[in-house]
Write a protein that binds this ligand. Structure first.
Ligand SMILES: [Zn+2]
Length: 209
């Protein structure tokens, strides 16, 4: 795949033209994830306080500049847009982010005018793609040192995405079952159960197949 691809669902990884891109700084990865998922520019002040809350402001600003430099260096020009006060993803960047693609697929299903969701082949294909994109929890195994606020943001975002994944797996299971693929239905229902083994509706659906 040409261009920059950011994978945040599961262990984070970044690729350029299909090859892994090395980004050593954890906080640069955190900054990219935060900007990509929030979908809007943020004040430098906010980002510095988010990622370096334990440092005096001038040091935090300097670290933020370094993280920005590392990101620009790795991603190339025109991906990030930084002004004196704000940093964001450039609207023209065409940056591909798995979590945004995942959400767009789910949103397209929810907005689709179909007679029967379970029997809609287009939604089945979208859900299948979304389920493939969901490799695991947001930023699995990833954490930044010394920022409780970033931790909280990550936990909250991961939980929201997990709920969206549950909706994807549940509906995918129903679509696969209704469209004559019981094995795929069972596989999708198992993924739903795996998100929360104590969730009874997921257990019940799995038993239906
Ligand atoms: Zn549909």
């Amino acid at each position: 795949m040409a261009g920059i691809h950011v994978f945040l669902l599961g262990a984070p990884r970044i690729e350029r033209d299909g090859a892994p891109l090395k980004l050593d700084r954890q906080k640069a990865v955190a900054l990219l994830a935060y900007l990509a998922l929030s979908g809007q520019p943020h004040q430098r002040e906010t980002l510095a306080a988010l990622l370096w809350p334990e440092n005096p402001a001038p040091d935090a600003y300097a670290y933020l500049r370094r993280a920005l430099w590392a990101l620009n260096n790795a991603l190339g020009p025109h991906i990030l847009e930084a002004s004196r006060n704000t940093i964001g993803i450039a609207p023209t960047s065409n940056l591909w982010v798995d979590a945004l693609e995942f959400r767009a697929l789910l949103a397209a299903c929810r907005a689709h005018a179909h007679a029967s969701f379970d029997r809609c082949p287009e939604c089945r294909a979208r859900l299948h793609e979304a389920a493939t994109l969901y490799r695991g929890d947001l930023l699995a195994g990833f954490s930044v040192r010394g920022s409780a606020e970033f931790d909280e943001w990550q936990i909250a975002q991961a939980e929201t995405l997990r709920q969206e994944a549950a909706a994807v797996f549940e509906q995918l299971a129903r679509c696969e079952n209704a469209q004559g693929a019981p094995d795929s239905a069972i596989a999708a229902a198992r993924r739903w159960v795996a998100l929360d083994p104590l969730h009874e509706p997921a257990q019940r659906l799995l038993m239906e197949f």
